[in-house]
Structure formats: C-alpha cells, structure tokens
Design a binder for this molecule. Structure first.
Ligand code: PMP
Length: 403
C-alpha cells in the first residue's frame, strides 16, 4: 500500500542532483554585502544604463507595431527572424568573416548559447577546455552537463596556445574569450589566435569564441575574430546585451550550418524561439545604423571610466613588486593582482568595513580548480568617476594594512 500524506504543509521536493539549491558560499555572502546602497561597487557586470539608446528603441518599437504587428506578436521560427539574421550576417562579414544568414542563429542571450552548446556537445565526464580564470556564468552553465574541466595555459598576455599539450586530447571544445576577457580584460594577439586555431585542428576540438565585449573598444578595433582562423570548427557567440540592452535577452551564434541545426533542435525543446517582437525591434535599430550613431558614445564613456580607474590605481596603489593590474584596451573589467599571501576575500571584508566601503568580485570565483585567491575583478562602467577615485583609494588604503 502506498503511504499518503495527510498534512498540508509544503513539503521540500526531492530535488535532482543538478537542481538541488546550492548552499550559500562565502563569496555569495560578501557579494550580498557589496550590494548595500552605501557601498561603491566595482562588483557588477552590468553595462552602464547611461548607454541605453532609449529613443532609438522606442522609435523602432513604434515602427514595428505600426508596420507588422501580426508578425511581431506571433510565434516564429526557432532560428530567428530573417531581417535580424541578415543584419547580423552583415556585421560578422564586416568583421572579417564572410557570413551568410543561414550561418547565424538567434538565442535568448548568449547565456542560453552556453547552455545549449554544453548540452549538444558534452556527456558526463567529457573534457571541456576553459581559460583560467574564466567567466563564471559559463562554468555554471557547463556544470549542468558534468564535464571534466581542463584549464588552458595562460600568462600575462592571456591564453598561451604554445603551451597547449596532450592534456587537451579528446576535449570536445575550448571555451574562450579572445577579446576584453571577463574577468581579466585581456585580449589575445592575432598571432595567438592563429596558433590556437592550429591547436584546435591538431587536437580536433571545437572553439567556442564568446565575444560580448568586442564592440566596446576604447580607441583601436581589436584583432580579427578567432573564427576567421578556423571558421569550420568555431562557434562565435555575440550578444546585444552590452551594445543595446541586456533586458532584451538577445544573442546569437555564428557557425557551420549543420551544428546550428543541432543547436536549433535543442533550442526548440528549451523555449521554442526568442521573442519575435524583440528581434524585430533590434533588426530595425540595426537597420537604422545604431552602430555608427550610438556605439561611439558608449565607447567614449567606457574609455573615460577605464582611464579614471587606471589613473587611480597608478596614483593610490602601494608600489610593491607583486601589486599589478591589467590595462584593458576595451570592455568592462580590470584584473588586480595582489601579493600571493593576500586573500582578496579578506581584503574585501576589510574594505567593506571601512569608512569608504567598496565591493569587487574576489578572483576565486572565476576558477574551476586550484583557485588563486590573490586577485580582484574590478568593473568601472556603472560607477561615477569621483566614486571610482574614492573607491580605489579606499581599496589601496586597506591593502597597505596587509603588506
Ligand atoms: N559571456 C560573457 C563573457 C559574459 O560576461 C556574459 C554576461 N555578463 C554573458 C556571456 C551572458 O550574456 P547575455 O546572456 O546577456 O548575452
């Protein structure tokens, strides 16, 4: 006889292994402290809301609802709306990789692409190659498939393909951010891109090139995309999150058609398709030359803030052989290196308790294994300039007490 439950209290479900809520981590707890309103936060990964092109989006939304409401509000094809696929194929082609609309698919944010790619490529225990440190959201997405992570070798100039050896044999794919990497802000040279593509061919793994920040250069355009060196085995991810609005949840994947077909089948099970309405608004904004009008202002804003933070680090950080930081030429992040014996989580607790409380993300959050504790990810784009100066001064004062 089966037992029936007579009480009406909400029971705790017997969660699946991957669905079980995670216990709160030390990092999670200190990040929650950093979210208090009085804290100067360099912790966020959000783009600056000052950069949202509200008027252009409103005009485009009005145009879509006036000209094609029946299409815009209807279900649509899983791969994306033709007008948007064409606009994105054109952008990719302008970036040096001739791309046709059928080599593009739309996703609900590049985060969905990461989830889909992991599911389509990996079974439990398969090798997945990641940079160290890397974007933690990708690690969370990949972990659902229980792969075996293998770290790719990196140095001060980012991923170093010369040091890739037989440890990568059998890997399904390498997840990399060649341009303005999250969390370090580093960009790998064209030469390293070429060599990485050669290694991918030699060891027969795919390249997942995540490129959310490539348009956010401060002065010069970044090197040509990694996909240009191995288009037959690269999936390049893009997103509207950092150039238009993250609330749109709109990203894309460029790559060989047969793989996009497998990904489309997976996407159908996940959400049928990305919002038709948002896709049409975006296509209209792109068609109206958003990139030439709106992006230069965002680039200027980010370049200005990066400069304020870099100048402040130079002015206030203690002169110490083991204190250094990256000098990004685009994107949203600076990676601060501390002496090996300084744990950045301890430093953050100290700064949060100071008169000028400051938050950042302790570097430990960005590793799969052998985490290095002596780094901080600093994001500057949403913080007013005078607070960037005060915040860096406060971090520097606290750091002095550890030296
Ligand atoms: N990749 C990287 C490297 C990111 O930093 C982010 C967002 N912070 C994403 C992917 C996800 O972006 P979205 O889903 O908004 O496109």
């Amino acid at each position: 006889m089966t037992k029936s439950c007579t009480c009406h209290q909400t029971p705790t479900p017997s969660y699946s292994q991957i669905g079980k809520p995670k216990e709160s981590s030390v990092i999670g707890e200190i990040l929650a402290l950093a979210a208090r309103p009085e804290v100067i936060s360099f912790a966020g990964g959000l783009p600056s809301a000052e950069g949202f092109p509200v008027k252009a989006i409103k005009d485009a939304a009005d145009w879509v609802l006036e000209t094609c409401p029946q299409v815009a509000l209807q279900y649509s094809a899983v791969g994306g709306m033709p007008a948007l696929l064409e606009a994105i194929a054109k952008i990719e082609t302008d970036h040096g990789v001739p791309t046709t609309p059928d080599e593009v698919m739309i996703v609900s944010g590049s985060q969905q692409a990461l989830d889909m790619i992991a599911r389509v490529f990996t079974d439990e225990g398969d090798k997945v190659l990641v940079e160290t440190p890397t974007y933690m959201g990708a690690l969370y997405a990949f972990e659902l498939c229980k792969p075996k992570f293998v770290s790719l070798p990196t140095d001060d100039e980012g991923l170093n393909p010369d040091l890739i050896d037989d440890r990568v044999a059998g890997a399904k794919f390498a997840y990399v951010m060649p341009t303005y990497q999250n969390p370090t802000g580093r960009t790998i040279s064209e030469e390293r891109r070429r060599k990485l593509a050669e290694k991918a061919r030699q060891y027969d793994f795919w390249l997942i090139e995540d490129n959310p920040y490539g348009e956010l250069y401060y002065a010069e355009r970044p090197p040509v995309s990694l996909r240009a060196f191995a288009p037959e085995r690269t999936l390049r991810l893009g997103t509207m999150s950092k150039v238009l609005a993250p609330g749109f949840r709109l990203g894309y994947i460029c790559g060989p058609k047969h793989v996009l077909n497998a990904l489309k089948q997976m996407k159908t099970s996940m959400d049928l398709h990305t919002s038709t309405y948002t896709q049409l608004i975006t296509a209209r904004v792109l068609d109206q030359d958003l990139f030439s009008e709106h992006l230069p202002a965002v680039r200027r804003l980010y370049a200005e803030k990066a400069k304020v933070m870099l100048d402040s680090l130079e002015e206030f950080m203690p002169k110490h052989p083991e204190v250094s930081w990256t000098k990004p030429t685009g994107g949203m992040f600076i990676w601060l290196n501390l002496p090996k014996n300084v744990d950045s989580a301890d430093l953050m607790k100290k700064v949060l308790a100071s008169d000028v409380p400051v938050g950042f993300v302790p570097g430990v959050a960005f590793y799969t294994d052998n985490p290095e504790v002596n780094h901080c990810r600093l994001s500057f784009v949403t913080v007013p300039s005078e607070k960037i100066v005060a915040g860096i001064k406060s971090v520097a004062e606290a750091l002095k007490t550890f030296l």
